[in-house]
Design a binder for this molecule. Sequence first.
Ligand SMILES: [Zn+2]
Ligand SMILES: [Zn+2]
Length: 245
Amino acid sequence: MLQPVLQRKALHWLWPEVCAHCREDLPEDALSPLCLGCRLKLLPNEPPCCQRCAEPGASGRAHCGRCDGRLFACQLIRAAFRYEEAAISMVHSFKFRGRREAARAAGSWMAEALPRLPELGRPDALVPMPLHPRRRRERGYNQAELLAEGLSQAALAPVQELARRMRETKPLWALRREQRERELRDAFACPQPERVAGKRLWIIDDVCTSGASLEGCARALLEAGAASVRGFVFARQAKGLLINK
Ligand SMILES: [Zn+2]
Ligand SMILES: [Zn+2]
């Protein structure tokens, strides 16, 4: 009699029993960090959005103001969901509340979005957006790596930590574009260029706000010889929270 009780307790320890969004109790055998109602509140990041960076709202135009007429190391950015409602709660749960299993679930939901994003093509490897080692120690894990693990099987590509963050950067959302670019210069490195050469890579991250971190990381990978670099994120921030477009 004792064993099932212990098992259930172990499961509860691994899997907090409240929904990451509405905080309602989840069934003991729940396989998702969101209840069904909140799972349905994840909004797919569907057009109209910028054809390059997937920022929502560029109706009638192919590109947003930031992408129009510019060339990028990160050719294409796609997002499974909009960074709203339940998607925000999901990100907070694995970024600030230590819920690793929520990041893996989010990665598997990114996988479910792949059929509607054929333009992403096929990757040779998934590169988690690197965290600075100090931040990784504090959190105990890199959430982008867990997202990539959740996605890896469906993307038919291994997770490879090919990029490294060399220094911590200030929060980028508050900076103007030129300041963001200065802040990100030399922030990323690619210590094993021989593993990168000729590969089609996807950088995997939780949230895309300005796309500046993806761009900084993509530049390091391209300089190391990658054939192409694309970004695939769990959630895309919409317009309005950026100071500088
Ligand atoms: Zn809920
Ligand atoms: Zn754009």
